[in-house]
Design a protein around this ligand. Structure first.
Ligand SMILES: *[C@@H]1O[C@H](CO)[C@@H](O)[C@H](O)[C@H]1NC(C)=O
Ligand SMILES: *[C@@H]1O[C@H](CO)[C@@H](O)[C@H](O)[C@H]1NC(C)=O
Ligand SMILES: *[C@@H]1O[C@H](CO)[C@@H](O)[C@H](O)[C@H]1NC(C)=O
Ligand SMILES: *[C@@H]1O[C@H](CO)[C@@H](O)[C@H](O)[C@H]1NC(C)=O
Ligand SMILES: *[C@@H]1O[C@H](CO)[C@@H](O)[C@H](O)[C@H]1NC(C)=O
Ligand SMILES: *[C@@H]1O[C@H](CO)[C@@H](O)[C@H](O)[C@H]1NC(C)=O
Ligand SMILES: *[C@@H]1O[C@H](CO)[C@@H](O)[C@H](O)[C@H]1NC(C)=O
Length: 595
């Protein structure tokens, strides 16, 4: 029994620490992340503070914080800092995206749902940018509301080397679209933002108007100008049903030709899921591209609470491989969670961060490693474990044995299985998958000097040209729309006693190599975190004197399955704005703009 004393000298300091995004961290979910120059930025979403047992409030995370990828904190996971500037005029949304621009050292915040206020009517789909060197936010673009709306929980990805941000599908609702009436509805559109020219476009998704949300999209340097890969999530038939997308249905978007492809995958196909996260890496010879996913929420009636697992989709073999829990282990799906983020660092490690835990309302998500868990994509650690501490010197991906077992080759590449087991569904895809793409170097454009403001002259021209272009494109390609628009850290609460971790995690000798490595997994780290949960000792609440705290295992999570939120649109809720936003439906008209 661990019952280790933690004496707090100053109760006021403690109360403050409880709402401190670093010291008082317990959980986060619905946030947005991106990596620029060795820092992983975290914006928006919800945060829970420690102790969760006395305050379960989902606070809006109003801070812009970052993990320093060169500075490890406790448990050898990156240290969190919450000292960047962000005033209250900058939205703190959940379910949006950060599009990172590595060349200009900035990132863009697009979409997402407002939590405590209505979406602003004067800036219907604001695009904010954070300038890293200047530690400053700017409102850089207002796309016209008739063409681009703010969406949430869609599938987004930035292609920094091309200076592009993409966002496919997502929800339109009164939480993101000013004036939206009725129930939420998913979209069919693929939004693109060109960072250097500030041009927006909105083109149709893969299959003529199936509305989707809550899936994922990753970028691969494949074909002539790069490829986007989409899978998972919800299909919204518009009648209130919650329809999952089978995980063997993969949609691919060829950036160079704006053409979508479909391909069926085989292997150990994961259960349908949504609000999960994924990241991509590839063998050094690009003979395989491996997309790793973690967790997510399931669909009723099964797996409603979601997943606590890792699967790999390997391309071009289009085979699914289960990575965690290992089929031979008896680790259970104990801490399913969703609305989290995955960031691949140097192609070799993936930081899985945060999540909402439907089955557990009491325990912190490894609070002292800020809900961050290290997936070692190549299993480059002594025990070949999927989960390991973050190491800044693991900068090269090697293909792990469990993938080699399926696709052949050796750790640096040479895959021998280079086609799907039942062949390519579209012959072009076979050729495209063999082409490797390296973007031409982008020139930094420098920072925007103007802040906010209306449309520039160029922007207005862009709209006019864009509409003509849209009509032409719709006519020629049968593809309906292209709407082009303008262009503290404080001292850590020190532990009273060394080695207070769970058995096998931080023993008194504290050599990680000998530890139970799985302790870094989101599942078991949550279990581990139970032991770190600060619980006021019985009778101490409200005590005016210095409050004794002790580490206590939290009660076991409830065994019943909580109902996942099911709140889809009824067909009568579709109104005019909705029609206008459904690119690919016959309802679309080019937006009419004044002179
Ligand atoms: C916090 O958010 C989760 C996920 O949406 C929800 O299930 C839970 O009820 C919320 N908790 C509170 C106290 O509102
Ligand atoms: C935030 O804190 C870190 C660590 O103390 C420091 O290196 C960095 O300069 C600070 N950033 C800002 C913008 O204050
Ligand atoms: C937003 O939409 C939801 C679902 O239709 C509805 O319950 C809620 O009342 C709406 N909120 C506002 C402020 O209109
Ligand atoms: C909604 O539409 C889908 C697809 O057409 C269908 O499978 C489902 O049964 C419908 N659900 C309801 C409640 O009508
Ligand atoms: C499965 O669980 C049992 C009981 O906890 C344990 O003794 C055994 O070693 C576990 N097996 C594996 C493969 O982890
Ligand atoms: C973490 O930092 C300490 C001190 O800088 C260093 O000794 C240790 O090797 C680091 N751990 C990892 C995994 O990089
Ligand atoms: C990374 O650094 C650790 C010490 O922090 C060392 O043990 C390990 O061998 C290094 N790995 C590589 C691949 O350089």
């Amino acid at each position: 029994m661990l019952l280790l004393v933690f004496i707090v000298a100053d109760p006021i300091a403690t109360a403050h620490a409880q709402r401190d995004p670093v010291e008082g961290f317990c959980r986060r979910f619905g946030h947005q992340t991106t990596v620029i120059d060795r820092k992983l930025y975290i914006n928006g979403g919800f945060i829970n503070y420690n102790p969760l047992t006395s305050d379960a409030t989902n606070y809006t995370n109003t801070d812009l914080s970052y993990l320093d990828l060169d500075h490890n904190g406790s448990h050898d996971m990156p240290q969190l800092y919450a000292n960047l500037s962000k005033d209250s005029s900058i939205p703190s949304v959940h379910g949006g995206i950060l599009w990172g621009d590595d060349v200009n050292k900035r990132f863009y915040l697009f979409g997402g749902e407002y939590t405590t206020q209505q979406p602003p009517a004067d800036t219907p789909a604001p695009l904010w940018a954070y300038d890293v060197p200047r530690n400053r936010w700017e409102l850089v673009s207002h796309p016209p509301p008739n063409s681009i709306s703010a969406v949430s929980y869609g599938a987004g990805v930035a292609v920094s080397e091309r200076g592009e941000g993409y966002y496919y599908g997502g929800w339109l609702s009164n939480n993101s679209v000013p004036g939206w009436k009725g129930p939420r509805a998913a979209t069919t559109g693929l939004i693109r933002y060109a960072m250097d020219t500030k041009e927006w476009s909105n083109t149709i998704g893969p299959d003529d108007g199936i509305r989707r949300a809550e899936g994922v999209m990753v970028y691969l340097p494949v074909s002539d100008n790069g490829l986007l890969v989409y899978f998972g999530g919800i299909q919204d038939p518009g009648n209130g049903s919650l329809v999952g997308q089978p995980m063997d249905e993969i949609h691919l978007y060829n950036i160079g030709t704006s053409k979508w492809y479909d391909q069926h995958a085989s292997g150990d196909v994961p259960d349908m899921r949504r609000r999960f996260c994924a990241g991509a890496t590839w063998a050094q010879d690009q003979s395989s591209y491996n997309i790793y996913l973690y967790g997510g929420l399931g669909f009723p009636p099964d797996h409603e609470a979601g997943f606590d697992d890792v699967y790999i989709l390997s391309l071009p073999s289009f085979v699914w491989i289960k990575m965690y829990p290992a089929p031979s282990s008896n680790i259970t799906n104990q801490y399913p969670h969703n609305a989290l983020t995955c960031n691949v660092i140097d192609g070799a490690q993936m930081l899985v961060m945060g999540g909402s835990f439907p089955l557990d309302t009491k325990t912190c998500d490894a609070g002292d490693q800020y809900g961050t868990h290290g997936l070692d994509l190549g299993e480059q650690n002594p025990g070949a474990s999927p989960w390991f501490v973050y190491r800044k010197n693991i900068t090269t991906y090697i293909v792990p044995q469990l993938i080699l077992d399926e696709i052949g080759g050796e750790p640096h590449g040479g895959a021998t299985r280079t086609a799907p087991s039942n062949g390519f569904d579209q012959p072009d895809l076979k050729t495209l998958m063999t082409r490797r793409y390296t973007a031409a170097a982008r020139t930094p454009t420098g920072s925007d000097t103007h802040q906010g403001g209306g449309l520039s002259k160029n922007a207005t021209i862009g709209i006019a040209v864009g509409c003509g272009g849209a009509a032409l494109l719709a006519f020629v390609a049968g593809c309906c729309c292209l709407g082009v628009v303008r262009r503290r850290r404080k001292h850590r609460l020190s532990r009273a006693v060394a080695g207070t971790g769970p058995p096998g995690m931080l023993d008194s000798n504290n050599t990680h190599q000998n530890n139970n490595i799985a302790a870094y997994s989101p599942e078991t780290a949550a279990a581990a975190a139970r032991i770190y949960t600060f619980v006021p000792s019985p009778g101490a609440i409200g005590s005016p004197s210095p409050t004794p705290y002790y580490y206590s295992p939290a009660p076991a999570p409830p065994s019943r399955v909580l109902r996942a939120p099911v709140e889809l649109a009824g067909s009568d809720g579709m109104h005019e704005l909705y029609d206008r936003l459904q690119y690919g439906t016959p309802h679309f008209r080019c937006p009419r703009r004044g002179p």
